[in-house]
Design a protein around this ligand. Structure first.
Ligand code: SF4
Length: 328
C-alpha cells in the first residue's frame, strides 16, 4: 500500500489482500497483525476470512510500471507485506488475479516473500505459473526453520524459474549455517550448501536424486541469490527478542565467502552491553543474557534493550545494502 516503502530492500509494497495465520516463531511479533487487526481492526488474524484490497490499491502496480518505463528502471515491489502470498487459506482466484497484475507490469520485480515455501510449486501452478518478473523468498529465523524452508525454496526455484531466490533472516532469533542444511530428506541425510549448491553425504558429493531432490540428476542444487538480515522490533504488546551481532556477522561472512549479495536491514532493539571495569551492570532496564542459540540464560552474552533508533542498521560501522542482479 505504500508509495515508497520505508523497508530498505524494496521500493514499494503492494497488498492485494490482508490477513494471515501464524505459522512459525517469526510470526510471534507479526507487524501486519499489530497494525491491521489490533490497531485498525480491518481484518481478523488467524482462521478468519482474508480481506481483498480495493481497486485503488490494485491499480498501484500499473502506476509504478508507467513510471518505471519513463525512468528506464526495474524497481522492487514487496508483494503482500500484510499477508502471505502463498497462504493456502486465501481464495486461489485472488492469487491468480495478483499474478496477472505482475505479468502486466514487466518492469517491476515482484518480491514474493513467504513463510510457506512448501506451497510455492502447487499454488503457483494453480495461479497460471509464476510470473517471470517475480522473485521467491522465504523467512528463516533460526537453524530449524532454515533446515526446513531453504530446501523447499530451492526445490521451488528449480521448478518455477523465478527471477531469483532470496532469504529474509528477520527477525533473526539464533545462529544459522546456510552451508550445511540437512532436513529435507532425513533418511538420506544429505547436506546442502545453499550458497554454493554443493550436495554431500558422508563427506562425499551425492547425486541430487539420491538425496531426494527430485529435479535433476546433477551433483548440485540451485542456490540462494540474496540474503537479507534484521533484528526484531516491538509490535504492540509483543516485545522484541534480542539478536546477537555474531549471528549477523556469521551470515555476512558466509555470503562474502560465496559472493552472495548481503543486505542488513536493521539491528532490532538490542545491542551487546559493554563491561564497565570488568563488571556487568545487571540492574540496567532491558538487560538480559543470551546463549549462543538464542535463549535467555543466567550466563552468556549480556545484551541491553536500547530501542531500534539507537541500535540502527550498521553492522561493525558499515551499512550493508547489496541487491541481487536482476535478469533482463
Ligand atoms: S506469515 Fe507473515 S503476515 Fe502471516 S502471520 Fe506470519 S508474520 Fe504475519
Amino acid at each position: 500500500m505504500a508509495e515508497n516503502s520505508a523497508i530498505s530492500w524494496t521500493r514499494h509494497t503492494w497488498n492485494p489482500w490482508m490477513g494471515c495465520t501464524k505459522v512459525s516463531p517469526a510470526c510471534d511479533g507479526c507487524y501486519a497483525e499489530a497494525l491491521m487487526d489490533k490497531r485498525y481492526g480491518k481484518v481478523q488474524w488467524g482462521n478468519a476470512p482474508r480481506v481483498r484490497t480495493g481497486a485503488h490499491t490494485w491499480n498501484d502496480p500499473f502506476r509504478w510500471q508507467r513510471q518505471a518505463e519513463k525512468d528506464g528502471d526495474r524497481p522492487f515491489v514487496f508483494c503482500a507485506s500484510l499477508a502471505d502470498i502463498f497462504d493456502n487459506q486465501v481464495d486461489p482466484q485472488w492469487r491468480a488475479d495478483a499474478f496477472e497484475v505482475m505479468r502486466k507490469t514487466p518492469n517491476l520485480v515482484h518480491l514474493l516473500l513467504t513463510k510457506r515455501p512448501q506451497n510455492i510449486i502447487k499454488l503457483a501452478a494453480e495461479a497460471g505459473g509464476l510470473p517471470t518478473n517475480a522473485a521467491i523468498g522465504t523467512t528463516i529465523e533460526d537453524q530449524t526453520r532454515a533446515d526446513i524452508n531453504v530446501p523447499a525454496l530451492l526445490e521451488a526455484k528449480a521448478a518455477t524459474k523465478p527471477a531469483f531466490a532470496f532469504l529474509s533472516c528477520e527477525p533473526l532469533l539464533g545462529p544459522i549455517d546456510l552451508t550445511a542444511l540437512r532436513e529435507f530428506n532425513p533418511s538420506a541425510k544429505p547436506w546442502i550448501n545453499a550458497l554454493s549448491g554443493a550436495v554431500t553425504s558422508g563427506g562425499v558429493p551425492r547425486n541430487r536424486s539420491e538425496c531426494g531432490i527430485n529435479v535433476s540428476t546433477s551433483w548440485t542444487s540451485p542456490t540462494i541469490d540474496w540474503v537479507i538480515t534484521g533484528g526484531e522490533t516491538d509490535q504492540g504488546g509483543h516485545k522484541a527478542r534480542p539478536t546477537h551481532p555474531e549471528w549477523f556477522r556469521s551470515l555476512r561472512e558466509q555470503c562474502a565467502r560465496y559472493r552472495v549479495p548481503f543486505h542488513h536491514k536493521q539491528n532490532g532493539e538490542w545491542v551487546p552491553l559493554q563491561a564497565n571495569d570488568g563488571e556487568w551492570p545487571t540492574d540496567l532496564p532491558g538487560f538480559c543474557r543470551l546463549s549462543t542459540s538464542g535463549e535467555r540464560i543466567d550466563a552468556g552474552w549480556p545484551m541491553q534493550k536500547v530501542g531500534k533508533k539507537f541500535a540502527g542498521r550498521e553492522l561493525d560501522g558499515v551499512t550493508h545494502d547489496a541487491f541481487p542482479k536482476v535478469p533482463a
